[in-house]
Design a protein around this ligand. Structure first.
Ligand code: AR6
Length: 180
């Protein structure tokens, strides 16, 4: 079985294939950042290119951040009010990587709640340049979010934006196991 979305206690978790920098209608997008919060490859490149140079300016005094940490800025030229920047663990180097990756999701949701954000879109943090295996990362991300749902008062939509069809498929299959 494979599911594009599930709703638990009024909170919808959904997955789509797309570009994290093109998510209109979502209040906050999450950046798979580098410690310096500067433009990089992958998600960080797409977000900074779309947001424009004022995003780096706003980020400079907030850096560096540690694995598992999250900070929030404005969205600048993105179609989103906020960007929440998370530094994922480098697989095999930053340990324990499962705890550090879970902290990214927890800390991002905590910031979203503090800013009364209703909708948030995540990329698959750490699964690109940082090498975290996609299915382990998907399982951990969904489990962490489902555990946090009872704490959410403002967040109602949590979207996963996957770059490739195969990453989308992994997430759909993992999501459907959450409701079995
Ligand atoms: N939209 C959605 N997902 C994307 C996009 C996009 N535009 N581009 C890539 N992905 P990565 P990390 C997927 O490398 O592993 C950067 O250079 C990609 O296929 O962006 O946390 C930073 O500067 C993968 O599944 O993030 C850091 O140094 C996932 O997003 C470092 O890479 C994450 O890939 C962070 O590495």
């Amino acid at each position: 079985m494979s599911a594009n979305k599930i709703t638990i206690s009024g909170v919808t978790i959904e997955c789509i294939q797309g570009d994290i920098a093109a998510q209109s209608g979502i209040a906050a997008v999450v950046n798979a950042a580098n410690a310096e919060l500067m433009i990089g490859g992958g998600v960080a490149g797409a977000i900074h290119r779309a947001a424009g140079p004022r995003l780096e300016e706003e980020c400079r005094p907030l850096a560096p951040i540690s694995p598992g940490e999250a900070v929030i800025t404005g969205g600048h030229n993105l179609p989103n009010r906020y960007v929440i920047h998370c530094l994922g663990p480098i697989y095999g180097i930053d340990k324990p990587e499962n705890l550090l990756l879970a902290n990214c999701y927890r800390n991002a949701l905590k910031l979203a709640e503090e800013h009364r954000i209703e909708s948030i879109a995540f990329p698959a943090i750490s699964t690109g340049a940082f090498g975290y295996p996609i299915s382990d990362a998907a399982e951990l991300a969904f489990r962490t979010i489902v555990e946090d749902i009872p704490k959410l008062k403002f967040v109602k939509t949590i979207r996963f934006v996957l770059f490739s069809a195969s990453d989308l498929k992994v997430h759909q299959e993992t999501l459907s196991r959450m409701i079995e």
